[in-house]
Write a protein that binds this ligand. Structure first.
Ligand code: NAD
Ligand code: ZN
Ligand code: ZN
Length: 369
């Protein structure tokens, strides 16, 4: 079938809307009519080849939401008309998948960043030429997408489908880090660095978990002011404050948890040095430099530094759970979203990179609410 997709043709290139062809879904795949797709910094990281050797031309996009249009013969968990959120790809068969940890799937790089299916084939073509695809097993910057039955998650029709795509990655990463990975409980204290989509989703989740102190650190004052509106108890602008000293003033005995979304050495170390004994620090950012830490001090305090992918989510459980929290009014992640038309995708990316918009969502197709 003919679809319109946003193609990136070279490292750092713009998104170009073009008509290309999409194959029928295979046995274990579904065809999804995309209603909207969030943009995430990992799209830009892949565009810039920071996540590995991204092949071009490629269809990126990995926070898709839409309606099932067709299912392959082997798909029993989904049916035509289902409202779905597309999430990261995982194989379901490797050791970590079998042990309930799909975010650490041994085939994660191939299924999410490989630019093709596991067997090397493509579902997107233009005049006989293969287009690189299968980004996060979806490539959802397009009017239609092929996804696998495993990473296509059925959601309640009571929720506004056009807002739900970011639950498949950015929002899931922040909220899952707090709820699933760090398991923040009532009365605990946390420092969150980076008040972007991931950090602010973490803030909303920490609030939902009744954390006593939630400190947001960023260099963007507007985002910090917004964090206060969303429920942060304190903010620190690291452009004009000494973060270590400010954290000591807020909690002289230290914090229970840290969560970093900036991927920066100095920022991570400021939080680490203010954790209590047995404190835990989650890290998720795509870093451009190796992390250096004062090892001895942290060994003596039994500090845990934890790498986290996609908020340790088991998507079939956690995505519907976040939708339910949203419907209950406990998780207003829609406040982070600004909507853009498909033809304005480059503006959305620019606004995200400049810090103007926290979570752009690209509106692609209609659905009957
Ligand atoms: N591990 C995962 O599973 C996963 C999933 C999604 C996103 N990510 C990554 O998480 C990171 C955050 O994503 P996002 O969408 O929230 O990005 P974002 O750009 O919206 O947020 C990052 C924030 O960090 C702030 N910042 C930059 N330098 C800073 C500094 N020196 N001190 C304090 N704050 C600083 C920025 O102002 C911005 O508000 C990205 O690297 C993204 O690729 C990881
Ligand atoms: Zn696996
Ligand atoms: Zn992402």
């Amino acid at each position: 079938m003919e679809i319109t997709a946003a193609l990136v043709k070279e490292k750092g290139g713009k998104f170009e809307l073009e008509k290309i062809t999409l194959e029928e879904p295979r046995q274990d795949e579904v065809l999804v009519r995309i209603v909207a797709t969030g943009t995430c910094h990992t799209d830009m990281a892949a565009r810039d080849q920071q996540t590995g050797d991204t092949p071009f031309p490629i269809v990126l996009g990995h926070e898709g939401a839409g309606v099932i249009e067709k299912v392959g013969d082997g798909v029993t968990n989904l049916k035509v008309g289902d409202h779905v959120v597309l999430t990261f790809g995982f194989c379901g068969e490797c050791y970590t998948c079998q042990h309930g940890k799909p975010t650490y799937c041994e085939n994660f790089p191939a299924l999410n960043f490989g630019g093709a299916r596991m067997d090397g084939s493509h579902s997107h073509h233009r005049n006989e030429q293969d287009i690189f695809d299968n980004f996060f097993s979806q490539s959802s910057f397009a009017t239609y997408a092929i996804a696998n039955k495993r990473n296509t998650i059925k959601v309640s029709e009571k929720a506004p489908l056009e807002l739900l795509g970011p639950l498949g990655c950015g929002i899931q990463t922040g909220a899952g880090a707090i709820i699933n990975s760090l398991k923040v409980s009532p009365g605990k204290t946390i420092v969150i660095s980076g008040a972007g989509a991931v950090g602010l989703a973490a803030l909303l989740a920490a609030k939902a978990c009744s954390a006593a102190q939630i400190v947001l650190v960023d260099i963007n004052q507007e985002r910090l002011d917004f964090a206060l509106e969303l429920g942060a108890t304190h903010t620190i602008n690291s452009r004009n404050e000494n973060v270590v000293e400010s954290l000591q003033k807020i909690s002289p005995k230290g914090f229970d948890f840290g969560f970093d979304t900036t991927g920066r050495n100095d920022v991570i170390n400021s939080t680490l040095s203010n954790l209590k004994s047995l404190g835990q620090m989650g890290i998720v950012g795509v870093a451009t430099k190796p992390l250096e830490v004062e090892m001895n001090a942290y060994v003596l305090k039994g500090i845990k530094l934890i790498g986290i992918v996609e908020g340790d989510s088991v998507p079939t459980e956690f995505i519907p759970e976040m939708v339910q929290m949203y419907l209950n009014g406990q998780f207003p992640f829609d406040k982070l979203i600004k909507k853009y038309k498909f033809e304005d995708i480059n503006q959305a990316i620019e606004d995200s990179e400049s810090g103007k918009t926290i979570k752009p969502v690209i509106l692609i197709g209609e659905y009957n609410a």
